[in-house]
Design a protein around this ligand. Structure first.
Ligand code: CP
Ligand code: NVA
Length: 312
């Protein structure tokens, strides 16, 4: 039944999808992953075309969407913003309407979140957010899948995010809140997540038995956490601020010492790409608690489920 309601939907923000809808994604992702591992080939998107619009670099997102759509029986078209007429000023509205005449879905990675919203307003096909400056919802579906696999549940788990209050922090707050998790973000002053998004996530968390908090001290955040998450200090587009940010985030590195404050069974997570020796110590990301490559793999399964539900 729910599959019907998701057909044609955009996937721009975790906030836009209900807990039940996101649970449907996780369930389908687990089912499709198990079928793939068993060597069973399903092709619910046979003949469908996914446009993959990239205005920023990517390794995981590009690979997982392209391989994912192929495994589902469809095809992916890599579209660099550099080579599209948008670079010469063609509007997003016209681009969306043209793309809708050829494609069955659009995945977009760009800077402005508003651009994705506008693309979706004009497109008549589903639009999937592959990262904006504000959000990274596909990554968080993969992360929730990874946490679910490791712990068998999401509700009641504590997730500590240490570092920049960026797109990852925002989407982790949204996703954790929907599943009744306790999400604590620890960031230095000046780099905390957007207060409006924090408030929105806190209201969502309250409806689902969870909690969202923002603190300054990483030890407070990590204390008793089941998941310790971090991300780069300078995101794509912030390269010029890298040196300034290195200074601001001193003391926010996820070290083995910081991990000792987490629960004994805690896992370490990072969306990647990572900078060893900056936001995370090599011994943590390459150590036994690290789940980073499971997260990367789960991008494939999570996005296949999203594409199936919205495009089949
Ligand atoms: N985590 C992630 O989105 O990686 P890419 O930038 O390589 O796509
Ligand atoms: N915050 C990072 C995430 C990369 C997947 C960035 O936006 O560059």
């Amino acid at each position: 039944m729910r599959v019907m309601t998701l057909k044609g939907r955009d996937f721009i923000s975790l906030h836009d999808w209900s807990r039940d809808e996101l649970a449907e994604v996780l369930e389908l992702a687990q089912w499709q992953k198990a079928r793939l591992k068993a060597g069973i080939r399903d092709e619910p998107l046979k003949g469908k075309q996914l446009g993959m619009y990239f205005a920023k670099p990517s390794t995981r997102t590009r690979l997982s969407f392209e391989v994912g759509i192929r495994q589902l029986g469809g095809q992916g078209l890599f579209l660099s913003a550099q080579d599209l007429q948008v670079r010469r000023g063609e509007s997003i509205a016209d681009t969306a309407r043209v793309m809708s005449r050829y494609l069955d879905g659009i995945m977009i990675r760009t800077f402005s979140h508003q651009e994705v919203v506008e693309l979706a307003e004009w497109a008549t096909i589903p639009v999937i957010n592959g990262l904006t400056d504000e959000e990274h919802p596909c990554q968080v579906v993969a992360d929730l899948l990874t946490i679910l696999e490791r712990f068998g549940r999401l509700e009641g788990l504590k997730l500590a995010y240490v570092g920049d209050g960026n797109n990852m922090a925002h989407s982790l707050m949204d996703g954790g809140a929907k599943f009744g998790m306790h999400v604590v973000v620890a960031s230095p002053e000046g780099y905390k997540p957007d207060p409006a998004r924090v408030l929105r996530a806190q209201m969502t968390a309250a409806q689902h038995g969870g909690k969202v908090e923002v603190v300054t001290d990483p030890v407070v955040a990590v204390s008793g956490a089941h998941v310790v998450y971090t991300d780069v200090w300078a995101s794509m587009g912030q390269e010029d601020e890298a040196e300034k940010r290195k200074a601001a985030f001193a003391g926010y590195q996820v070290t083995a010492e910081l991990m000792r404050h987490a629960a004994p069974e805690a896992i370490f997570m990072h969306c990647l790409p990572a900078h060893r020796g900056e936001e995370v110590a090599a011994e943590v990301i390459d150590g036994p608690q690290s789940a980073v490559f499971d997260e990367a793999e789960n991008r494939l399964h999570a996005q296949k489920a999203i594409m199936t539900l919205t495009m089949a």
